[in-house]
Design a protein around this ligand. Structure first.
Ligand code: ATP
Length: 363
């Protein structure tokens, strides 16, 4: 019997609603599985912590996280603190500090959910977007001079290393090889960005030679947006830079029905450090504190976490419970056109897990 040590970092906004919901679901799973145990530690980092301490998380916060098996994260963002401070002070500090270089974002249309794409069948949209999560446009290299003066200048340097590009492309090819269609689309903007993105293309061709079973193609990021809308079935695994994949995955989430459903895993594939799991959405201040947040993105992220922790049976059971719940329109939250609350969706998922346990006990 193994106890999984889980760090809970709700962060801000609706993160404070969906992460407790996630904990409830994990506790329901543990109740249904005698061999499954979680040891939770809550970290109250984020906007309120910043107001008290001038930092989004303590300077030695990463050391506390390193002792955990996984991190469940909500969102970072505060109406009174500039976005670049909340993002760099918490989420990016964790992702980059723990070298979670592979960000994966599965997208599917879950049962009962309608895609805004008129003719899209469920089987047409089944993607995994792999986002480079450690460098590129988010390298943090740049600066400002002559601030506030007419001569003011600002730069953000997109930095790509051969090692960084190689490891994310190898990860993406390996993931594509593990999926039934063995299909990978490598996204760049190598017509306009003629240095780093050209290197990216060259490395893609080199890494591809290690994966002869994978069929792969290249697409420019602007063309990729149109292809996602017009020919969704032509895509399967997609790999792109930090910024490009960030934008494409919001589009993907919207095409699959709602930002409130989409999950993310920030992986350190070598497992040197703990990986972090979070819903794609942000802090959504417009709905925070109202009990309207859709917790499904968090629950699906927990499925990814359980897979990573080596608990495929529990992961499968939770995914099944999620799909039973999304299939019922009376359990849709407002983002899906329904009136259900965060609590009602959470209770329904827990009830499915309990019912599955009773079913197994009687079988
Ligand atoms: P941030 O700046 O932190 O990324 P944001 O508030 O600008 O966050 P998101 O939270 O990503 O943006 O989402 C945009 C909108 O989508 C929200 O304002 C909200 O209305 C809706 N939304 C996002 N997530 C959810 C959710 N889980 N449940 C319901 N609605 C959601």
């Amino acid at each position: 019997m193994k106890t999984h040590r889980i760090a809970l970092v709700p962060g801000d906004g609706i993160g404070k609603e969906v992460i407790p919901a996630g904990r409830t679901v994990l506790e329901a799973l543990a109740a249904a599985h005698p061999d499954l145990h979680f040891d939770f530690e809550l970290f109250d980092w984020g906007g309120d912590y910043y107001r008290r301490h001038g930092l989004m998380m303590p300077a030695d916060g990463l050391d506390a996280l390193r002792k955990k098996d996984a991190i469940l994260f909500g969102s970072a963002g505060d109406p009174d603190i500039p976005d670049h401070i909340t993002l760099w002070g918490l989420r990016l500090k964790i992702c980059q500090g723990l070298d979670q270089y592979a960000n994966i974002r599965p997208t599917r249309i879950l049962p009962g959910i309608e895609s805004p794409l008129r003719h899209c069948r469920t089987e047409d949209l089944d993607w995994v977007i792999v986002r480079e999560n450690s460098e590129g446009e988010y390298s943090g290299v740049g600066g400002r001079a002559h601030q506030g003066q007419p001569l003011e200048v600002a730069t953000d340097l997109s930095l790509m290393t051969r090692a960084g590009v190689e490891r994310i492309l190898r990860f993406a090819f390996r993931l594509a090889a593990s999926r039934p269609r063995k299909l990978l689309t490598v996204i760049t903007k190598s017509n306009a960005q003629r240095h780093a993105m050209v290197m990216w293309d060259e490395i893609a061709a080199q890494v591809a030679s290690e994966f002869p079973a994978v069929t792969w193609d290249k697409e420019l990021v602007d063309a990729a947006t149109a292809r996602m809308v017009n020919r969704p079935a032509s895509l399967d695994t997609i790999v792109a830079t930090n910024l490009h994949a960030d934008i494409l995955s919001d589009l993907a989430a919207a095409l699959a029905g709602s930002l409130g459903i989409a999950p993310t895993a920030n992986l350190n594939p070598e497992r040197v450090t703990p990986s972090m799991f979070e819903p794609i959405h942000g802090s959504a201040f417009d709905i925070m504190g109202k009990g309207l947040a859709n917790p499904i993105g968090t629950f699906w992220s927990i499925v990814l976490m359980l897979e990573h922790l080596g608990e495929p049976h529990a992961a499968q059971q939770l995914m099944h419970a999620i799909e039973q719940v999304t299939a019922n329109p009376s359990l849709h939250t407002r983002d899906l056109g329904g009136t259900a609350t965060t609590a009602a969706v959470t209770e329904a998922v827990c009830a499915q897990l309990a019912a599955a346990k009773r079913h197994t006990a009687h079988a």
